[in-house]
Structures are given as C-alpha cells and as structure tokens.
Design a protein around this ligand. Structure first.
Ligand code: FE2
Length: 324
C-alpha cells in the first residue's frame, strides 16, 4: 500500500518535472481539527510562524510576520478560520514523532518507486485562512505540496527567463532576498495553473517560481522541501555564481556557463561556506503585528505599519501614521 499514485511518468520524472499525484492523506486522523490543535500545542512555541498579507500579488512588501502571543492551538485555529492568517510549522518532522514517521514513510516510498535518493527532508505544515495567498517566490530545494483540506490555486512558472533571472535566483541561494522575486502579471500566460484539491500532491522542477491563492475556505497543506544530490549540486553552482557576481562583478549564466567549470564552482561554494558564508544584503522579517487575544483572527498592526487595503476599502493607518 503506497501513499501516492505512481504512474510510469511519475516514477521516471520525479524531482525533474512538474508532476501531479493522488494520495489519501486527506483522510488521515493526523490532520483533523483536534489533531492539528494538539499538534500546534506540542510544537515548539517560538518556532511557529504566523503571517498575514496584503491583497495585491505584486506587492511583496505586504507579507508580514506576526506574534502569536499567548494564543494556544485552539485560538490559532479559530483565528485562521475567522481572519487572514498563514501559519507555518516548519520542520514539524523534527518536532513530532507521528509526523516524523509519516515523513520517513514518504521518502522511503519515493526511493522505492522512483529510485530517487533524498536528503535534508523538511516537512512544513501550512494552516491558512480563506482567500489568503503567498506571493510569487521560488525555493532553492525541491518541493512537494500535499493538499489535505480546502482548495488552493497554484500558479507554477518556468524556472527561466523572463520569470526569473540569474541574479535573482542567486539572491535566493545567498539568502539575501527572503525568496521573493519581482512579479509581472504578464508571467501568468506562461504559468501552469492548477486548483489543488484534497487528495492531490504537486511537485515541480527545482527553482520553479510559484504563487498560491486559497479558495474561500481554510486550507491545510504539507509543504515538503528536500534535496537530491543533483539538486544540491545545482544549488551550490547557483551559490558560487552569486558570489562570483557579487565579489568580482562577473556575469555567470546558469544555463550557458560551461559544465566543466561546475566542479570548480562547487569547491568555491564550499570554501565560501566554510569561511562563514556570503555576508550580503540580509533582510530578515521582523514581527509587524499581534493577534487580538479576544476577537478571533483580528490583526493589530504595530504603530507605523499601514494595514493592507482590501480592494474597495480605504487604507487604515496606525496611530503613528495618523500623527504624521
Ligand atoms: Fe514555495
């Protein structure tokens, strides 16, 4: 009995191409409301990330990290249902034995069915509000998105120009840009668009830019990142290219640079990392809002933060902006 449906194409192209699978984890007792509430309460308090966001898919600046405060799992779930929140329990496979066992089962199955060796497995649990969205971005590892509950629209773009250029791709590898990329609505004509439903899983080519828009219901999904030896090789070449561009003003191209240079680049990337890694433009998110402890999902932005404007509504300014 496998977790996923494996067609010949899915076996041959796993970790290389965009693929759609079916699964039945949406029926698992691990992901009922009560199980999720208990999981949130077992998960390390300071590791749980809570976000909210604006409405314009081109306005990356309105992706806000928040504080969970004293809210427990039940209150956070109520907040997700009532508000515009995006909870991320990163690396939950490292924090919970049941999820760890599920994650091991997934990757054992992937090895058995496709022959793919994986490493750095990171299972993130996403619990998100109706109509919440994630801005255009790309991830350096490979990704599987398992849909458990609700429906989300996935826009998946080619990992190449014009959707992403070398300098921005390197910026993600060097962690100088929070994974964000410039988005142009014109890219949508190049996108694979799919409404991901409970019981479906999509995985895509490494570094494919994507954005996600929830339909009008709570969504529960597993966002699983992993590497293969080949994916790690590519990530290190991108890292080296980024350092060569930023330290020496070179203009390396991932698509056109000679392959024989790659082992040298891998060695160069290892040396830079051993010396402490690239120290460039870091932009870690700082918390910008709290959640009302009484009214579920009500967001209280910090002074100075302009609350995102819902289409058709006037912007609500914080006290600091009113004073100014
Ligand atoms: Fe992503």
């Amino acid at each position: 009995m496998t977790l996923l449906t494996w067609t010949p194409e899915n076996k041959a192209d796993f970790a290389a191409k965009n693929l759609l699978f079916n699964h039945d984890l949406d029926q698992s007792p691990l992901f009922t409301d009560e199980a999720l509430i208990a999981l949130i309460d077992r998960y390390p308090r300071d590791k749980l990330e809570v976000f909210t966001m604006g409405y314009d898919p081109a306005n990356w600046g309105q992706w806000y990290l928040g504080r969970r405060g004293d809210l427990d799992g039940r209150a956070l779930m109520e907040g997700v249902k009532a508000g515009r929140l995006w909870l991320n329990l990163r690396k939950v496979n490292h924090a919970d034995a049941d999820i760890a066992a599920l994650c091991d089962q997934m990757f054992d199955e992937i090895k058995a069915q496709s022959g793919t060796t994986t490493l750095k497995q990171d299972l993130g649990l996403l619990i998100s509000s109706p109509n919440a969205h994630v801005f255009y971005h790309l991830d350096m590892p490979l990704v599987m998105l398992w849909q458990i509950r609700g429906v989300k629209k996935l826009y998946l773009y080619p990992p190449a120009a014009p959707c992403v250029d070398d300098a921005h791709l390197e910026g993600v590898a060097l962690r100088e840009s929070d994974e964000q990329l410039p988005y142009d609505a014109g890219f949508d004509s190049l996108a694979l668009v799919h409404d991901l439903k409970p019981g479906e899983m999509m995985t895509w080519a490494q570094n494919a830019p994507h954005r996600i828009v929830n339909h009008g219901m709570v969504n529960v999904s597993l966002s699983i990142e992993f590497m293969t030896p080949r994916a790690l090789w590519r990530a290190n070449v991108i890292y080296a290219n980024g350092c060569l561009r930023r330290y020496f003003g070179l203009k390396p191209s991932l698509a056109r640079s000679p392959k024989w240079l790659e082992p040298l680049k891998i060695a160069y990337a290892r040396i830079i990392k051993a010396l402490g890694g690239f120290k460039g433009l870091k932009s870690p998110l700082t918390p910008r809002f709290s959640i009302d402890p009484v009214i579920p999902g009500k967001i209280i932005f910090d002074d100075g933060v302009v609350a995102p404007e819902m289409p058709g509504q006037k912007p609500v300014k914080s006290k600091a902006n009113e004073a100014a």
